[in-house]
Design a protein around this ligand. Sequence first.
Ligand SMILES: [Zn+2]
Length: 223
Amino acid sequence: MASEAALREVICEIGRRMYARNLVAATDGNLSVRLGADRFLCTPSGVSKGFMKPGDLVIANGHGEKIEGTGKVTSEFFTHLAAYEERPDVQAVVHAHPPHAVAFTLAGLSLVEPVLPEVVYALGGVPTAPYATPGTRDGADAIRALIRECDAVLLPRHGSVTVGRDLMDAYLKLEKIEHACQTLLLGRMLGETAPLDRAKVKKLHALGRNYGVTGRLYEERGP
Ligand SMILES: [Zn+2]
């Protein structure tokens, strides 16, 4: 496990990339990483993710209370806690507001349908959680059931939550979702985006396991 100092640097670097890639705007989004039992390093509220310094980060406990740092714990940390509570394997959580992915939720379009092999391979599908008012504890309950089954969830009209074995793993899932939505949007503008059939999906899932994909692949439940 990386040192706390190293993790602080990683959060700041990923925050800069999220901001530069338009995955967050203004003070949107938040990141956290498990430091140990009942200790989580997380981004403070009200700070741009593009301009954080390692000393800006705060340490919270499993009740969402600050135990170290000068800033305030983000109100969305309860959503992160839901992921940590449901998934002992999860070491890091990234929440962002990726515009193309959010646009899909505005239009009522699901990302569960298997269209792009890269997404099927790494994530399965990306389900959309029930709506919750951003910044409230409702966000935790909204993702709880889904995050048990997958590593990436869309929050309708709001953003995304991705989890992983480390910060980079959770961040790369976010990048993948937004890139996929940009591609799907172009495909939809040009014509239809037909889903892959069941056999091709199964082959991609098996391939992912062979090549070390460790996350949970989401599959739509049949009738
Ligand atoms: Zn948000």
